[in-house]
Ligand binder design. Structure first.
Ligand SMILES: C[S@@+](CC[C@H](N)C(=O)[O-])C[C@H]1O[C@@H](n2cnc3c(N)ncnc32)[C@H](O)[C@@H]1O
Length: 227
């Protein structure tokens, strides 16, 4: 795959349809995918993404908000400041789960939107997270461009991206099988090679601050550097 590839295998509507499942099944399935495809743990995701919450935060492709809720529990346990949060997702059923989960929380709102056409003015957010979803976006280049647009100068953007499994052992075999199933079902667009997604971030105007690989997951913290 070249650095310029725009992935349009499935449309956003087909992807939204693939995510039309009961929130409890989505969460259970997510646990297996996290363990066997990402080879990662909930606690490492919470610690990585939980650090990136400024006063005005955007959560792109928030799903049912399960992970977001764990992250907010963790932040409250660590006595970290509360943020005003907007969550967006293209699948209405996922958003319905998130709305129900956070129905009494005034500091968090949800909007039905496409990551590639964010309905916000330029430079609206201090921080943006995309959790477990970069590899689920049909037009990742357009989404990164719009995320860059709505992030304020020197704001930070954190994302974890599913990588092609490395190695040849049983774990890689299972990860590859799960990924192929996810692509067929439409809940995954593609895993990435690190150099490819790194190139797309840089091409969208982001500067890498921190990066690490954990299991089959590439964690990266980026900023919108302005001269
Ligand atoms: C694997 S889920 C991750 C959800 C959540 N962030 C989490 O970590 O549990 C991927 C999410 O991406 C959303 N998604 C896919 N394409 C999208 C798009 N173009 N715009 C907004 N959301 C999208 C799906 O609806 C789904 O909720």
């Amino acid at each position: 795959m070249s650095e310029n590839t725009i992935l349009k295998g499935k449309s956003r509507d087909e992807i939204a349809k693939a995510y039309k499942s009961e929130p409890w099944w989505y969460d259970l399935r997510g646990f297996f995918i996290l363990t066997f495809a990402y080879n990662s743990t909930l606690s490492s995701q919470i610690r990585f993404l939980g650090k990136n919450f400024g006063p005005k935060h955007l959560e792109v492709a928030c799903g049912t908000g399960t992970l977001l809720q764990y992250i907010l529990y963790w932040r409250s346990f660590k006595k970290l400041p509360q943020s005003n949060i907007i969550g967006i997702d293209y699948a209405e059923s996922m958003l319905a789960g998130a709305l129900y989960r956070f129905k009494n929380k005034k500091y968090i709102n949800f909007i039905h939107a496409d990551a590639a056409q964010l309905p916000f003015p330029d430079e609206s957010f201090d921080t943006i997270n995309v959790a477990n979803s970069v590899h689920c976006l049909p037009d990742v280049a357009a989404a990164l461009k719009d995320i860059h647009r709505v992030l304020r100068p020197h704001g930070t953007f954190a994302a974890n991206v599913l990588l092609y499994p490395s190695g040849r052992g049983l774990l890689s075999y299972f990860a590859t099988r799960i990924n192929n199933w996810g692509i067929k079902k439409g809940i995954l667009v593609t895993p990435y090679h690190r150099s490819h997604i790194r190139g797309l971030y840089e091409k969208s105007g982001f500067t890498i601050i921190e990066e690490s690989v954990s299991g089959n997951c590439y964690n990266v913290l980026l900023t919108k550097f302005v001269h």
